[in-house]
Design a protein around this ligand. Structure first.
Ligand SMILES: C[S@@+](CC[C@H](N)C(=O)[O-])C[C@H]1O[C@@H](n2cnc3c(N)ncnc32)[C@H](O)[C@@H]1O
Length: 288
């Protein structure tokens, strides 16, 4: 899904849906005039447009100015939910190579993954699925903003061998019922705007017990490589690439009590075995 440049570019010959700049996460209400439930109205409209063209939702293009306008009226969090509602079904297939890289990173970090584990944005459940066989894990809280992604995680993890609970919340507002030995944010940092990043990391810090670990797994460089028009347009509209050094600096500035302890990098290869870019996993320990 993501390839090797920070700039988001359309595939040659494809039209993009250009959205207005992302709106702040904290914004309340729906000034776009979609009524009380803007997201539902936009989803209904997306389907109506597709039906009108006797096509699939995925085939809607930048020519759909009404679609562009509609998406522009939404808060970023709502666009994120629509993105993953549409992407959920093909997500595992589209992200196979990324999943392999995440699994390799997790295996390298496995001796530090322990206790009650909180996965802030579990998606289809990759992290819980991979760590279930690691000895130190006691229980898992798997959270995601997207009901569609979480539904897949629930199915995938239905026979989980350890106590597991699911939540469908923004990572900023998630509360863990017990102190966590490990908190994960995997392949999600580049979807969070600057202020959102800081808030998510502060929340991870809050959930951790002293000596617990915050694991940040992401790819660098990251860029959008479109899967199909609607998904890539939505992805573009919520995409905030961040450099590894910027990230380390922001953690060291904002939360001095999270200390970097180890990091691992692994290649992401495309289906022909060509290395496209890299996945990194960093362990930060809560001190004090
Ligand atoms: C690229 S997927 C990664 C999923 C999984 N962590 C993995 O590594 O396979 C990003 C996930 O983050 C979720 N997400 C985006 N913003 C979020 C937020 N603010 N709070 C919680 N989840 C969020 C999306 O719904 C999506 O499932």
């Amino acid at each position: 899904m993501y390839a090797s440049s920070v700039a988001a570019r359309p595939p040659s010959g494809k039209r993009r849906i250009l959205l207005p700049p992302p709106q702040s996460e904290g914004r309340q209400g729906n000034p776009g005039g979609n009524g009380g439930d803007g997201k539902a109205a936009v989803l209904a409209e997306i389907h109506r447009l597709a039906r009108q063209r006797r096509g699939k939702v995925s085939e809607l293009t930048s020519l759909d100015t009404s679609l562009r306008h509609l998406l522009g009226t939404l808060k970023e969090e709502e666009r994120m939910q629509i993105l993953f509602e549409h992407w959920a079904r093909s997500y595992n297939r589209d992200m196979k190579e990324h999943a392999q890289a995440v699994r390799r990173i997790l295996r390298k970090l496995k001796h530090s993954i322990r206790g009650h584990v909180v996965d802030l944005s579990t998606g289809t459940g990759l992290v819980p699925l991979t760590i279930q066989q690691f000895g130190g894990v006691q229980s898992v809280l798997a959270n995601d903003l997207s009901p569609a992604m979480l539904a897949i995680a629930r199915r995938t993890l239905k026979d989980y061998p350890l106590p597991i609970a699911f939540e469908c919340k923004g990572a900023v507002s998630l509360v863990s019922p017990q102190p966590a030995g490990s908190v994960f944010l995997s392949q999600t940092l580049h979807l969070l705007p600057n202020h959102g990043r800081a808030m998510v990391i502060v929340n991870a810090y809050r959930m951790l017990e002293a000596g617990g670990n915050f694991f940040l797994i992401d790819e660098w460089p990251a860029r959008v490589r479109p899967v199909h028009d609607l998904i890539s347009a939505l992805l573009d509209s919520v995409f905030h690439p961040i450099g590894l050094d910027d990230l380390r600096r922001s953690i060291q500035t904002d939360i001095r009590l999270l200390v970097e302890r180890e990091s691992h990098i692994t290649d992401i290869q495309d289906s022909s075995g060509r290395t496209t870019h890299q996945m990194y996993g960093i362990r930060f320990e809560k001190i004090g």
